[in-house]
Design a protein around this ligand. Structure first.
Ligand SMILES: C[S@@+](CC[C@H](N)C(=O)[O-])C[C@H]1O[C@@H](n2cnc3c(N)ncnc32)[C@H](O)[C@@H]1O
Length: 203
């Protein structure tokens, strides 16, 4: 059993319970910048809510959906899609090697890892993006708020116990992006900066 299988049934409910609609809003804020007929890669997409949101835009978009948890993947495959043509790959992104994507989407993915692993993952992921392509990354970010620090500690403890998450703190991926010619085009902030969504262009 993959670690995230254990919480695949409760993940969306818990996220909504703690953050209301904020995570959903953050994840969706730049999705309407994806044009018709683009090739999109979603990494660690969980239960597939983003697939449904993309479908509501009524654009014919091809999505490769790479998710390592069978439980999460199963839920994503139950989503009813009319415009989005999704192909599902149940494997870790480290083992997935297709290239030439117009858009890559990561949502609450990098927060699972420690810095050396984040660096490896970023290099692997950027290599799959076309020049001029977009990367939409939504995640928790470190802030100075005492309240955010308490919530973060509780989340780290929860994910450590349930999915044996290795990360002990949050890293901001933005400074790393410069090394990969990823330039921030737009940024939107939620929960007073605890969550941001960034739209990068790969120049
Ligand atoms: C915190 S959840 C976020 C799910 C979804 N993106 C969301 O925002 O609701 C992280 C997801 O990444 C998946 N995951 C973890 N490591 C992965 C890897 N190496 N390759 C692909 N998926 C992975 C997990 O199974 C889980 O579904």
């Amino acid at each position: 059993m993959q670690r995230f299988d254990r919480i695949s049934g409760s993940y969306d409910f818990l996220a909504k319970l703690v953050f209301g609609k904020n995570l959903e809003r953050a994840k969706n804020v730049f999705l309407d910048t994806i044009d018709e007929r683009k090739n999109v890669l979603i990494i660690g997409g969980g239960t597939g809510a983003t697939l449904e949101y993309l479908d509501k835009l009524s654009r014919e978009i091809k999505v490769d959906y790479v998710e390592s948890s069978a439980g999460m993947m199963h839920k994503a495959q139950q989503r009813s899609l009319q415009f989005v043509k999704a192909t599902f790959y149940k494997e870790p992104i480290e083992e997935f090697n297709k290239v030439g994507y117009d858009v890559i989407i990561t949502e609450f993915f990098f927060d699972l890892f420690e810095l050396p692993k984040i660096e490896l993952l970023m290099a692997h992921i950027v290599a799959m993006l076309k020049k001029g392509g977009k990367w939409i990354d939504t995640d928790f970010r470190p802030t100075n708020s005492a309240w955010h620090k308490i919530v973060l500690k509780s989340m780290i403890m929860f994910f450590k116990l349930t999915v044996q998450m290795s990360a002990k703190e949050l890293y901001d991926t933005k400074p790393l992006c410069i090394n990969y010619n990823l330039n921030v085009k737009r940024e939107a902030s939620f929960v007073r900066g605890f969550v941001t969504s960034r739209l990068f262009c790969y120049d």
